[in-house]
Structures are given as C-alpha cells and as structure tokens.
Design a protein around this ligand. Structure first.
Ligand code: GDP
Ligand code: MG
Length: 798
C-alpha cells in the first residue's frame, strides 16, 4: 500500500521510498525513512495536499508524491487507539515492523531488453512458466506475469515485449514505457544479448537516463564464450554504474547470481550501483542542463521519471513526455527554451537532435566496449553464414522454402493419418460401449450421439494439429521463420504488405487468434490492419477436420490436390483482399523493411515440444469447452421436440408401403436449417449442411461435430457405420445429401466464411474498433458465398 491510500487518522510504517533525484533526497532528509511511523492528520479541502505527522512534526505532501512512499498501516492491529503510553506505542510500531521484516518480501521485477535476447527464456526459467520462446523478434507481444520464491523473497516477474529503445515509435516501446511509469517495478532486469552488445546497450543507456534500480543480465554468455571474445564485464558494469551478471537462460547458468543481485539492489546494498550520466557532447549537455533547471524548479512535475530523462525526451520532442509535462506550470517556458535550444543545436550541427543524441550514445557505448572488450581471437559465426548463403540464395531459396512447406503439410496429413485412425477406433469403441451399457433413452442418445459423436468427431484431429504445430515451432525456434519473411518480402511487397506480415500469416495455418495477436510486431498501422483482416483466409487447423472428412469421402483419389487447392484458394483470397484494401482503404505507406535476422540456433527439444504441447492443450481445452457445449446444443436442437417413436410394426409397414417416414414434426434444428436454407441452396447445400455451417460460427470445429450429430445412425443401421458412409447414403427423397460438387462448395464455404468468435474478438481487440470485426464477418461471408457458388456451378459442369 502507498501513503496516499492512508485514511485520515490512520498511522503506518514506512517501508520504501520510490521516486528519483531531488524528490527522493528531500523526503529522506525530512525523515521519511524505512521503519518510521507516520500518521495522516487531515487533507486539504480539495483532497490535496495531505498533512501528516512524522517524528512529532507536521509535513504536507501531495497525493502524487505520497504515492511514491510505500507503507504498511498499523491499524491492522486495531490496538493503536487504546494505547496511551509512549512505550506501548513503540511496541506496536516494532510489532508492525517485525511483521514486515518477518514476512517474505515481495520484489517486483521487470524484464526489459531487445527482441530475441532471451527474456522469455529467462522468465520461463525463473518463474517456471512455459511461455512461447522463438528465435525471431516480436514473439512476445504482451506482458506475462509470473512469480517465484528465492531466499525468502517473493519475486513478481514480468516478461515484457522486446524493444530497441524507449521512444514511442512502436506499440511495444510505448507499452514498455507506460509499464515503467505506471507499475513502478522495484528492480529492472535489463536482459542483453552478449553476442550483440553494441546494439543491446543502446536500450541500457535509455534506462540509465531513466535512473531506475537495475541490473544487467549478460545473457547468451555461452555464445560470447564460444566466439572467443573476452569481456571484462565487471569493469564495464563499474563504468556504467550498473551491476552485470552473466547468464545463460537456456540452461539456467547464472540465474541465481542474477536473483542475488536483484535482492541486493532492492535492499539498496549493492556496491556496484552508482548513478552515472551517459554524458553527451557539451553542446547538448548545455541544452539538457537548461531544461533540467526549469524542470527541477517546478514541484508539480511528475516524479515517476528522472529530470534528466524528461529533459532529454523533451529535446527529442517525445510526444508522450510532452503530454506528461504539458500539465505543469513550467511547460510554456520549457517549450520555448526547448525550441530555442533545438534551433541553436541544429544550426550548429546541421543534423536533427534525436539523431545526434542517438549517435553520441552509440559513441559512449563504443568507448566503454573499447576498454573492456577484447575481440582479438574473435571466431566469426560461420554456421549462420553458410546456412544463410543457401537459404536466402536467389535460386535455391525459394524452391527450398516451398519444399519445406510441402514437407510440413505432407507430414501433417500423411503421418497424422496413423494416430488419427487409432483415435477414431477408440472413439467408435467408446460410443459402442456406451450404447451397450446405458439403457435406451434420452441419456444414452445424449452421451453416444451428442457428446461422443460430437466431441469425438473433432478430437481425432489432435495428432494432425500437433504435427503442424511441431513444424511451425521448429521454424520459429531455429530462426528459419525470419528468413522466410526475408525471402517473402518482395512478394509481400507486391500485395502492399511487408515481409514481417508473413510470420503471422504462416502462424494462421495453426490458429488465427495467436496469429492476429502476433501481427502487433508490424510497425505500420495500415499494414498491421490489413495483415489482421486477411489472416482468417489462412486456413486454420480448426477447418482441417471438415476437409479431411469431405475429401476422404468424396475426393480420396485426388486428396493432395484438393488439399493444396484449398490452402491456395485461401491464400489467393487473402492476396486479392489485401490488394483491394490497399487500393481502396489505406493509402500507401512505406515502412522500411527492417527486421533482424538472428543467428541460427539449435532449438532445444524441450522448448519445441513444450510449445507444441501448449497449442495442443489449447485445442483440448476448446474441446472441453465451446465444442462440448456446441455439440450438446446442436444435439438437443436436433432431438427435440421428441419425434413420434415408431414401433417396429409401424416401421415395417411404412417400408412395405414405400412411403416416406412421417415428416410432420421437424426438430428445432431442422426448422432452423430449412428456414435459412433458401439462401444457401444455390450453393448446393441441404438443410443439414446449412445447419453445420451456422453451428460452426462460434468455432469451426463444431461443423464436423454437428455433422456427426446430424448423421447419427438410425436404430436399424449398423452402429459401426462411419460418418463418411452416412454422408453419401441416399436421404429420404432418394438423393444423397452431399454430392462431390456440393461437398466441394461446402468446404470452400467453410474455408472462407466468417471467422470464429474468438478470431472476431481478437480482430476487434487488436484493431481497437468493432468495425473491423464487423467487416470481417460480413465481407468474408459474402466472399465465401460467391466463391462457393462459382465452385459449385463449375463442378456441376465438369
Ligand atoms: P525474447 O524474444 O527476448 O523473449 O527471447 P526468447 O526467450 O524468445 O529467446 C530467443 C532465442 O534465443 C531462442 O531461440 C532461445 O532458445 C535462445 N536463447 C535464449 N537464451 C539463450 C542463451 O543464454 N544462450 C543461447 N545460446 N541461446 C539462448
Ligand atoms: Mg519473448
């Protein structure tokens, strides 16, 4: 709890002072120290400031300042009021402090660093989590929190998206900076990739400007050692005033030392901590000093950032900092002085000031490294160069890429067939077992047809999905994914996108939801939105069951061709949509293609399997949730109102008379299907197909489970008959429900129509407006209808 939350009349013990520079120094001088008792006396009419008593004197603080002082209230004991004597009061204070000391302390830690430097690996190690690790930038797009306990301290660890700096150029940078401002982590762990120190330390200089308690995790230390570079990291740490701890977050080496360093920084007893300025050239320093003076003199300035940081960002014309400062009294003067200084500097150097500051920071880093790093025996990374000369080769690159894609899909379908057959046999056996054990009635029908028929029809595809994810994970973990983006850049450019858009699109073959979230790493907003909107055309794994069922039933002779055709059709529709959006909706934007190509890294089997399993687990969770509910709902709508149960004699009579079964009582589902069906009939759909498509709106897996429920065998049929047979069996009017032409139009429609609920929600969340979600639902459904109509009529002709 912080001091501003203390109610009038309440007392508390101070446990920690946050904040910076003059403010911090001042309040400590005034006696705000750890273990001190403080009482809130009264607040001013407008709630601000608040008067406190401390060591018998009175002091007033603004709420914004009180927020930076952490306390634990004494009233928790409920005894404070009754105690009169000084001695007794001291006992209570001591009790509260002891409670504080005895309690395990909590340290809030944030992991900050460049993309792909190993933050998530470190996070997984420390917090025992299984977050997604991949060898390309932009894997983590959200913050993830975890906790661990070490030496009686509780660590709340947050893994943040990777950033190259703390300006507000990209969403990630903005995110990390807001996090630093609003969440006030006690200690920042700045993770740096030691095989790429120069660039990684740039972010460090920004953190130093911010003056946050921090430690550097010199990660990938194994790679540094392997390349034979000697780094005197202790001296380097002393030079920049930040302790440096080598770590290998792949195997956990050094992580305990890192946590020890975090503890001693938290307890403010680390010897290497010293505030150092990243000194810039004297011209710029002069300007910074001027701004600094003004900021210092104004008490209303936000205390979350150091003055120097605010001054530098002011010079860089940083929008957010400008907004923070715009409420303060000194802002008009500050702005005038800033504009004046900018003019002076730009006239002097004929360059813009942000660029000057950046290049001087790089100069500072180069200087520090020149003194501490010995590259004489440097082994260059030949493996990566050799592989890259092949993979990104003008002639070999593309065929190799297509070959790898082919292997991926081949393995998904062919290898996946075996375990799929086993699971299918298991599901059938389970269904039979239930039919034998449970007495005839609604319960038996619910279990056998509704649940086992519905969920079982979908669960058989788990192996295919796991295999697909295994390959995607492998591409991500080795570093091939960013090469794929690299060679695809010129292709993507033709449709108005970016090489970076390629990774979310490939991920879309697994599931559109994480793929849409992964689009966050695309800097340009218009490219990002287009990538998001075309993602649902990438055929996700939930649509697989429908293809496998229909293709297996109707096109088993040309299975591979139809499969590839479907995926290509999705891609073609994505391309057309992207071009259309670019032309009609978004003006051209030219974000340069700047993407890191990380060195190839051997993936750890553990992380690849973990990654694959995490996805499989999501799939199973969906099975137990939305798919189960969907199957039961569909089953119930199909089961009720209860049809007139024919006796055996009646049935024989009907068959003898060759009359259709009495059709006077439709189930609710039939009513629904038949009422919508006129719209879908031009595509060759029967009401059952229509119902399946509608049922697939929440999640596309439900399409197959619905077919499973709809085509459950009649009493007199062979129970073991598979769904495939039932689809082609003649219906009441003598014609089968699905013909090859209508089956084709059905899968095309399922491929293209409205994305599932989860995807729509992701689209709305990521674009920030419901309009794009609505667009996606309407547009995709319209496209699906048109294309399916064309396909159906073409197929009829052939
Ligand atoms: P993030 O983007 O910063 O979260 O980085 P990740 O944790 O996703 O890791 C990026 C890549 O670096 C992955 O392929 C990891 O396996 C690899 N990696 C992480 N830490 C180390 C390390 O200490 N040594 C080596 N050799 N590789 C590492
Ligand atoms: Mg990460």
């Amino acid at each position: 709890m912080t001091l501003d939350e203390l109610k009038t009349g309440q007392s508390a013990i101070i446990v920690k002072i946050h904040g910076y520079g003059a403010f911090r120094k001042r309040v400590i001088e005034m006696g705000f120290t750890k273990g001190r008792k403080i009482t809130a006396v009264l607040s001013a009419p407008l709630r601000d400031p608040v008067k406190y008593t401390l060591m018998g004197y009175e002091v007033s603080l603004r709420r914004s300042e009180a927020q930076l002082i952490e306390i634990i209230p004494i009233n928790a004991h409920g005894t404070q009021e009754k105690i009169g004597s000084g001695e007794a009061r001291a006992t209570v204070e001591k009790g509260a402090m002891n409670e504080y000391e005895g309690r395990t302390h909590t340290i809030n830690v944030a992991l900050i660093g460049n993309p792909n430097c190993g933050k998530t690996s470190l996070f997984n190690l420390a917090a025992g989590a299984t977050e997604h690790v991949g060898n390309y930038s932009g894997v983590t797009v959200d913050s993830k929190a975890g906790r661990c306990t070490y030496r009686n301290y509780n660590f709340n660890i947050v893994d943040l998206p990777g950033t190259y700096s703390l300006s507000t150029y990209s969403p990630e940078e903005l995110y990390v900076r807001r996090y630093l401002k609003n969440e006030r982590p006690d200690v920042v762990i700045n993770v740096v990739d030691s095989s790429n120190l120069e660039r990684n330390l740039f972010l460090t200089t920004e953190l130093i400007d911010m003056d946050r308690p921090m430690v550097i995790a010199l990660n990938m230390y194994d790679e540094l050692e392997r390349s034979n570079i000697k780094l005197d990291y202790e001296t380097l740490g002393a030079m920049i005033g930040v302790p440096i701890v080598p770590t290998v977050s792949r195997n956990g080496k050094g992580v305990n030392d890192l946590l020890d360093a975090v503890i001693s920084i938290f307890e403010e007893c680390h010897t290497a901590v010293r505030h150092v300025h990243v000194t810039l050239s004297s011209d710029i320093e002069k300007s910074i000093d001027r701004l600094n003076e003004i900021i210092k003199s104004d008490d209303s300035v936000d205390k979350h950032f150091s003055h120097r940081y605010l001054a530098i960002k002011m010079l860089e014309k940083d929008k957010e900092v400008e907004e923070i400062l715009s409420d303060t009294a000194c802002y008009p003067r500050l702005r005038d002085v800033r504009d004046h200084e900018l003019k002076r500097l730009e006239a002097l150097h004929e360059d813009d000031v942000s660029a000057m500051i950046a290049s001087e920071k790089y100069g500072f880093i180069a200087g520090a490294l020149a003194e501490t790093m010995d590259r004489r025996n440097f082994n260059e990374r030949v493996t990566t160069q050799v592989i890259d000369s092949l993979v990104t080769n003008r002639y070999v690159g593309f065929p190799l890429f297509i070959f790898l894609m082919f292997i991926m899909f081949w393995a998904t379908f062919s290898l996946g067939q075996y375990p799929q057959d086993w699971i299918e046999a298991g599901v059938t056996a389970l269904g039979d077992l239930v039919r034998h054990i449970v007495p005839q009635g609604a319960l038996r029908d619910l279990l056998a047809d509704g649940i086992i028929g519905g969920v079982g029809g979908v669960i058989v595809f788990l192996p295919n999905i796991l295999i697909l994810y295994f390959f995607i994970s492998l591409m991500e973990d080795t570093g091939y994914m960013s090469r794929a983006a690299f060679i695809m850049d010129s292709v993507m450019h033709k449709i108005g996108l970016h090489g970076k858009s390629f990774i979310p699109l490939v991920m879309g073959f697994g599931c559109n939801v994480p793929a849409i979230i992964a689009s966050r790493s695309i800097e340009s907003r218009s490219s990002r939105i287009i990538t998001i909107l075309i993602n649902p055309f990438m055929s996700c794994s939930a649509r697989l069951p429908v293809y496998v069922l229909m293709i297996g039933t109707f096109f088993s002779a040309h299975a591979a061709l139809v499969f590839i055709g479907l995926y290509l059709l999705g891609i073609v529709m994505a391309v057309i949509t992207a071009r259309m959006l670019r032309r009609l909706w978004f003006k051209k934007d030219e974000t340069p293609f700047v993407m890191e190509l990380p060195p190839y890294r051997m993936p750890t089997m553990k992380s690849t399997l973990m990654h694959m399993w995490a996805k499989g687990y999501e799939y199973l969770k969906k099975m137990g949730g939305i798919i189960l509910v969907g199957s039961i709902v569909v089953w119930a709508l199909n089961y009720f109102p209860l049809k007139h149960q024919m006796t055996e004699e009646e049935r024989i009579e009907h068959i003898a008379e060759e009359t259709a079964q009495p059709d006077n009582q439709d189930s609710y589902l039939e009513m629904l299907g038949k009422s919508i069906n006129p719209v879908m009939e031009p595509l060759g759909f029967t009401w059952r197909a229509t119902v399946a498509a509608v049922a697939g709106l929440p999640a596309k897996e439900i399409v197959v489970s619905t077919l499973g429920v709809l085509y459950t065998g009649e009493e007199n049929e062979e129970i073991t008959e598979t769904l495939e047979h039932r689809l082609t069996a003649p219906g009441i009017n003598g014609k089968p429900d699905f013909t090859p032409a209508s089956a084709l139009s059905f899968i095309v429609f399922i491929l293209l129509y409205s994305p599932c609920f989860a995807t729509v929600i992701a689209i709305v969340r990521e674009t920030g407006t419901w309009r794009y979600g609505a667009f996606s639902v309407l547009y995709n459904t319209a496209v699906a209808w048109l294309v399916a109509w064309c396909v159906y009529h073409l197929a009829l002709l052939l």
